[in-house]
Ligand binder design. Structure first.
Ligand code: ATP
Ligand code: MG
Length: 234
């Protein structure tokens, strides 16, 4: 396993948001976490990325124990988190946002990463000098993903990339995720649109109340009656 999460726990004050979650991601996979609002999906991603403190359990990446690592150390090992809600720098240009994303790289690698990002997202090339806060929602999401790719991660953690997008932009984001995987980056995806997410992913885990309650091959979960009722609108 490229990523191995064993029995992690995350507490916020008295709230047990993540309760003994174990999951794994193989190199080259797209794996989806499905679950209702408040189930603990973002917390799990934050715990993996070192952005939230673990109250228990272990995380290992490429065989190295990274439990308790600070976020920047985890990023340096090749794990990028694209957080929910985009969090781009609105007053900075598109180009400057990408430069920040490449902060772990040298100038030559930043230039190369920028070219790669702009070929993956042509709209960002057209708008390289535009203030990021003036991009459309879909364009901002593209920028957030592109920024996450600037450090050339081996594993990309994507938190609700299609949230708030029009169906057309949503399709575009999913196309990009499939392309990212084709280019060799492994993806752990959190999505509200379980239908599309299960269609592009290899395996999935269902999170309820801080626990994994079901896991399996995405194509099989798509046809599971309980999953259909709970997450796919019948
Ligand atoms: N910083 C925090 N302080 C206190 N409680 C928190 C904090 N972050 C998350 N929680 C709580 O932990 C639980 C899990 O939240 P989390 O954001 O991980 O869920 P989620 O599955 O990502 O939900 P959503 O689909 O709405 O994004 C929720 O009950 C939430 O209110
Ligand atoms: Mg969330």
């Amino acid at each position: 396993m490229m990523l191995e999460v064993v029995e992690i726990e995350i507490n916020y004050g008295g709230i047990n948001a993540v309760r003994g979650v174990s999951l794994g991601v193989e190199k080259g996979e797209i794996v989806t976490l499905v679950g209702a609002n408040g189930a603990g999906k973002s917390s799990i991603l934050h715990g993996i990325a070192g952005a939230e403190k673990l109250a228990g359990g272990t995380v290992s990446f490429e065989g190295k124990d990274i439990t308790g690592n600070r976020a920047h150390n985890t990023a340096a090992l090749g794990v990028s988190l694209v957080p929910e809600g985009r969090r781009i720098f609105g007053r900075m240009s598109v180009r400057e946002n990408l430069e920040v994303g490449g902060c772990l790289k040298n100038p030559v690698a930043i230039k190369k990463g920028m070219e790669k990002a702009m070929s993956l997202f042509p709209v960002l090339k057209e708008r390289a000098r535009q203030e990021a806060g003036t991009l459309s929602g879909g364009e901002q999401q593209m920028l957030a993903i592109a920024r996450g790719l600037m450090n050339e991660p081996k594993l990309l953690l994507l938190d609700e990339p299609s949230l708030g997008l029009s169906p057309l932009m949503e399709q575009a984001v999913f196309k990009v995720i499939a392309e990212i995987r084709r280019s060799g980056t492994t993806v752990l995806l959190v999505e509200q649109n379980a239908n599309l997410a299960l269609k592009i992913s290899d395996r999935a885990y269902v999170v309820e109340n801080g626990r994994i309650v079901l896991s399996g091959i995405s194509g099989e979960l798509l046809n599971d009656e309980n999953i259909k009722k709970a997450y796919l609108g019948g």
